[in-house]
Structures are given as C-alpha cells and as structure tokens.
Design a binder for this molecule. Structure first.
Ligand SMILES: Cc1ncc(COP(=O)(O)O)c(C=O)c1O
Length: 390
C-alpha cells in the first residue's frame, strides 16, 4: 500500500502524539495533570443543553442538515456580530457555519491556495494554519511573533517579493499561544497591505470572549474595508464552553465565504440540527454568565502566573485566552522541560516548539483545570525542578 506523499511529508498533529503518551501513563494508573490543551472544563449553561435535547426529540431532526447551516443559526451569528462588535453581516452571503472552526481553517486553504502560493503564518501559531497550507500545496512564510513587539508580527519586515506572492495572511488575536491582544490600528495597517498586495486576511478570533480585567477584544471586521479583503473565523468552543459540540463559523467577505462553501459542500454535509438549535440558544440567550465564567478563569490565571514566576518561569499576565506563555527557567529547552515534567511530575505543558520555531524557550500552560489542580501541578513541578538538571 502506498500512502500519498502529501501525507507522508506532513508532520503528524503534535497534540495527537502527546494524547497517546498521556493515555499510556493513565493506563498504568498515573494521574496526569494536563495543562496542555485549551479545552474548556466547564459546561455550557443548562438552557443550551435543554435546547439541544428538545430539538433532538423532534422526529424530523435526524435528517441531513444541509450545507450552509440553518437560517436561524446564520441569523443568530449575524445578530451576535452586531451586538458584540457592531458589525453588520448578511446572513445569506457573509455567514457560514462550520463543524468547529478548525475544519474551516484547514478547508479555506483549498479555496484560496494553489500549488506554490505563499501563505503568511504567525510563528508561534495554531498548527492548522500551516498544515492547511501544506495540504493545499502552498508554501508557508513564517512571521515571527516576538515578546518585544507585543507578539504582533512586524508587517513591515515581510520582504516585498513575499508579499507579492502571498495569497493569504493568518492573524489570531487574542493570540494562542502567547495570550497577546491586538489594537485596531494593527488591523487597519493589515487592510492597507491586503489591498495593496491583493491577499486575503484570515482572522482567527475564537478567544474574543475569554477576556479579563475589563479588556474587550475587537473583531478584525470592525475596521473599515476589512470585509473587502478578509474573513474572520469564530467558534462557540471557548466563548460558550462548547468545544465538543463542534460549532464554529466563517464570516465576512462574501466571495471567500462562497468559495469555502463550494469546498465544504463537496466534503461534508453540515452540522446535526439539534446542535445548531443549541448553538442558536447559546448565541441568543442570556450572556451574563460569560463574565462570571471569565472570573473563574481569571482566578486560576492569577494562581498560575504567581506560581510559575516563583518557580523561575518568566511570563506576562494575559488579558485574554486560556493560556500563560511562559519562558522556561534558565538552562532548559522547551522540549526537554515538557518531556521531563510529563515523565517525572505527571504534568503536561505544551512546549512552545509545537507552535513553530519561535516557540523555543517557552511553554504554553492552560488554565482549564480548577485552582486545586493548578496548585498540585505547581507543587509537582517544584519537586522535579529541584532534582532534575536541564
Ligand atoms: C487559535 C485557535 N483557533 C482555532 C481553534 C479551533 O477551535 P474549534 O475548532 O474548537 O472551533 C483553536 C482551538 O484551540 C484555537 O486555539
């Protein structure tokens, strides 16, 4: 049997390999504390679950759901963008529900990228930007995100000839893995460059509603001219604690939305109707609980930041996302530290290198476990760091 070169040459999805290692430890009876993955541990509110269950009782709810989401879901997404960001969207032409935003991030490359085209990708960044580009036969140009620039890419440092070959640029704020946020001026400059060089801006914004200390994250689409040059991906996974439901959306430029719909309608057949009903309930129901939920995350964040700093890590206090991006203690590489902590402390933190070469020297630590568990993880890490040498 011969596996296609496209797949043979593709690096495996790094999180999948780690999940196997963690499972093996658990089978041996070890309790691993997983601070590696940004999967919200709290459930969505009961009214959301009830809406889904009620919809599932309807005998007609089990047929094929259609390719573009229900009109109710597309309207609910448009209403969310109006209420949350002041952005008006046409639910028919500018909104496309996704089976979780990750599939959209991958499939949009098939809509935009031809063999040899360049896609600008942040480094460190969510791995699917890169893998989607490679699957479509494109070339990745990494834009380093550096602490001294607030983890924003230096848009002026991209060589002219790269801009000329670029068909798309990924941006992601609030940022995974660094926790950084972007001002609207950054998006304004991006729109100018996208117009000038004729590339599509792909803004990935799933953490817009996981914010702290009064910070309100904007949408790329708030900027004038944005919808002429780009789309935004969003998700119910983090905003509404619905990661397992797999409901996301692409919104913005109608031409890109149409091209992505063309790809997807040939690949999948939409989202189970009761899940769409639950998603509508989440988007249209009371939103106050989100603030309360963010308060829980904030408390965990503070315990984690203080604990990591006391152990010799260096990190900023993130104003958004579920992650602390911490420089590892002197002498360690990201991979060596993450491996040692998994093997000897049963604590998993994601090495920054999983997100690209500029992630060297950092780990991403998620606060998707309760405060008690964070404290226990910190105590285990302290014990191992005292004994282990880099
Ligand atoms: C930056 C970023 N984009 C996209 C996703 C995918 O989210 P989902 O597929 O659950 O909508 C994640 C998930 O962790 C993420 O961190």
């Amino acid at each position: 049997m011969r596996i296609a070169r496209r797949i043979r040459d593709l690096p495996p999805y790094v999180f999948a390999g780690v999940a196997r290692r963690i499972r093996e430890k658990e089978v041996r009876g070890e309790r691993v504390i997983n601070l590696g993955i940004g999967s919200p541990d709290m459930p969505p509110p009961d009214f959301v679950v009830r809406a889904m269950v009620e919809a599932a009782r309807d005998p007609s709810a089990h047929r094929y759901p259609g390719y573009v989401g229900t009109p109710e879901l597309r309207r609910a997404v448009a209403a969310y963008y109006r209420r949350r960001f002041g952005v008006e969207l046409d639910p028919e032409r500018e909104v496309l529900p996704l089976i979780g935003s990750k599939e959209g991030l991958a499939h949009v490359a098939w809509a935009l990228v031809d063999q040899g085209d360049v896609v600008l990708v942040p480094d460190p960044g969510y791995p699917t930007y890169r893998l989607g580009t490679l699957l479509a036969g494109g070339e990745v140009f990494f834009m380093p995100l550096k602490p001294e620039s607030g983890f924003l890419p230096d848009l002026e440092a991209v060589p002219e000839e790269v801009y000329r070959r670029a068909v798309a640029m990924w941006v992601n704020y609030p940022n995974n893995p660094t926790g950084a946020v972007a001002p609207l001026d950054f998006y304004r400059r991006l729109v100018e460059l996208a117009r000038h060089y004729d590339f599509v801006v792909l803004s990935d914004n799933p953490y817009a509603d996981v914010t702290f200390d009064g910070y309100r994250a904007p949408s790329f689409l708030q900027v004038e001219g944005a919808r002429e040059v780009g789309v935004e991906f969003n998700s119910l996974s983090k905003t509404y604690n619905m990661a397992g439901w797999r409901v996301g959306m692409a919104v913005g430029n109608a031409e890109v939305v149409k091209a992505l719909t063309r790809v997807k309608s040939n690949v999948d057949t939409g989202i189970f109707l009761p899940l769409q009903a639950g998603a509508v309930a989440a988007l249209e129901g009371p939103q106050e609980w989100i603030e309360e939920r963010n308060g829980v995350y904030r408390e965990r964040r503070d315990v984690l930041v203080a604990g990591l700093r006391a152990l010799g890590f260096t990190c900023d206090v993130p104003r958004a996302t579920l992650y602390v991006w911490a420089r590892v203690p002197a002498g360690w590489t990201a991979d060596a530290l993450a491996d040692t902590l998994l093997d000897r402390a049963g604590v998993w933190m994601t090495p920054g290198t999983f997100f690209g070469p500029s992630g060297e020297g950092f780990v991403r630590v998620a606060f998707t476990v309760d405060v008690e568990t964070i404290r226990e993880a910190l105590a285990r890490v302290e014990r191992v760091l005292k004994e282990a040498t880099p």
